[in-house]
Design a protein around this ligand. Structure first.
Ligand SMILES: [Zn+2]
Length: 131
């Protein structure tokens, strides 16, 4: 856990330069980048694509970006915004979910997996773009 300094400044991961400040801004940023489908993580560990409405295994999702937020009024009120690509229709989608203590435990497990995957940088599939 992060330590809180005597002056009250919390040291959290410093976000990238272009990181939006709120969940809403993150969603709007991603929409501008073409992530327009409203995708959903299901408790059984699959993702429902907002574009083609098909479900696919979470392992098959391509995670392009991840933004995480703490609640403004309550630090426990975390949220996560994921930019994903659907392996079925190749559309870009956004997943917005509660994260941390307030998240549905069944979903949290899968969200953590996606977050971890993003950090590990499993972007090898990039090379197969441009058909
Ligand atoms: Zn799809």
């Amino acid at each position: 856990m992060e330590s809180v300094g005597a002056d009250g400044n919390r040291s959290v991961d410093s976000p990238p330069m272009d990181a939006p400040g709120t969940v809403l801004e993150a969603v709007q940023l991603l929409e501008r980048e073409g992530y327009t489908a409203n995708s959903t993580v299901l408790p059984d560990g699959s993702i429902k694509c907002g574009a083609c409405q098909k479900t696919h295994r979470i392992d098959g999702a391509l995670v392009d970006r991840v933004f995480r937020y703490e609640g403004i009024s309550d630090p426990d009120d975390e949220a996560i915004v994921l930019a994903v690509r659907c392996p079925v229709c190749n559309m870009r989608g956004v997943i917005v979910s509660a994260f941390g203590p307030n998240a549905d435990p069944a979903l949290l497990e899968h969200l953590v997996l996606l977050d971890t995957r993003f950090r590990e940088g499993s972007q090898e599939a990039r090379g197969s773009e441009g058909s």
